[in-house]
Ligand binder design. Structure first.
Ligand code: AHR
Length: 326
């Protein structure tokens, strides 16, 4: 037998031995026998203030509740999340949680997790698979409701006025649940009154930089913008820079509605540069740890765990800002 064939057999035997060491170890061995629950978490990235606060909440809560967290940042790429989930399966973590970059394309990898008997928790964002057996629970906000709240504020703000209201929209990452749903919820509410016209709608990728750039192009193409609806604070904050650079007053010349309510957004709201913020809470860590422990113990959990949220006017922002944690 040649050297290559011997080497190939040795490699196969080593892989088989490694797999055998993992297989059949129902308690999972990713924690190196520490006895701690091992949670593999794949995060979207670090695109916004919201995401930074969400990551901190998850990391702090894991440390506080004795969970061994294997945290992987996907840098906004679905393929990185799929790789991370496969690596969690190979490591035989106890539970996998992730915040899906986009809604579609998860069935294959989640079936692999299911076949490996590793429970999955969707965190923050949903997937569009009809097969709900692929995950144990989904914890996060109702993004459609957030969009509706934004639309309802606008309808009230322009009550009794008949002139057309020209709206520009900065959408989140294409294909992401919060981008799809916030758009839908907002459109559902404003469609009742034809004076509301969305004259431009484009992605700003949930980032400040893109929000600024896209707003610059909106301002050049449309001198008559009345309202900006941004799917998150960061894009709204970038847009404020573009509006000021164009010699206009954000919050007055152009009314601004955003979603999230992170500290920078709330500061701009308190200063009158944003008019209304719909809250989306990033503080999912404590509930996530609790759910991970329950699913690991085989306890029944709700299929959908909703986050409690509110809305803020400039006056309310001034009141809560000193205590705002993120
Ligand atoms: O999925 C939540 C959204 O993702 C936040 O609203 C946005 O800021 C973030 O990037």
């Amino acid at each position: 037998m040649g050297k290559r064939s011997l080497a190939a057999i040795a490699a196969t035997l080593m892989t088989a031995a490694a797999l055998a060491g993992c297989a059949g170890d129902d308690g999972g061995d990713a924690g190196g026998g520490s006895g701690k629950l091992v949670l593999g978490f794949s995060q979207v990235g670090a695109e916004s203030g919201w995401r930074t606060a969400n990551t901190k909440s998850i990391q702090d809560s894991a440390a506080a509740s004795g969970v061994d967290l294997k945290f992987v940042d996907a840098q906004g790429k679905q393929e990185n999340q799929i790789k991370a989930i496969r690596s969690f399966i190979t490591q035989r973590v106890d539970v996998i949680a992730f915040s899906p970059v986009v809604e579609s394309g998860w069935d294959t990898v989640l079936k692999e997790a299911k076949d490996a008997d590793i429970p999955v928790i969707l965190t923050d964002r949903a997937i569009d698979s009809p097969d709900t057996s692929l995950y144990k629970t989904f914890i996060g906000s109702d993004f459609v409701l957030e969009g509706k709240k934004a639309g309802e504020w606008l309808v009230k703000e322009y009550e009794g006025k008949n002139d057309p209201v020209n709206i520009v929209e900065l959408q989140g990452t294409p294909g992401a649940a919060p981008a799809n749903d916030r758009k839908t919820g907002f459109a559902d509410v404003i469609k009742a009154d034809p004076k509301f016209k969305v004259i431009a709608s484009q992605t700003g990728q949930f980032t400040r930089t893109d929000g600024k750039q896209v707003m610059e192009t909106f301002l050049k193409a449309h001198p008559d913008i009345d309202v900006l609806y941004a799917h998150n604070d960061d894009m709204g904050l970038g847009a404020i820079e573009a509006i000021e650079a164009a010699g206009k007053k954000p919050g007055t010349d152009i009314k601004i509605i955003t979603v999230d309510a992170v500290k920078d957004g709330m500061t701009a709201l308190a200063a009158g540069k944003i008019n209304y913020i719909v809250e989306c809470s990033p503080l999912l860590g404590p509930q996530l740890m609790d759910l991970a422990k329950k699913v690991n113990n085989g306890e029944q959990v709700e299929q959908r765990v909703l986050t409690e949220e509110t809305t803020f006017t400039p006056e309310q922002a001034k009141q809560v800002l000193p205590e705002r944690k993120y």
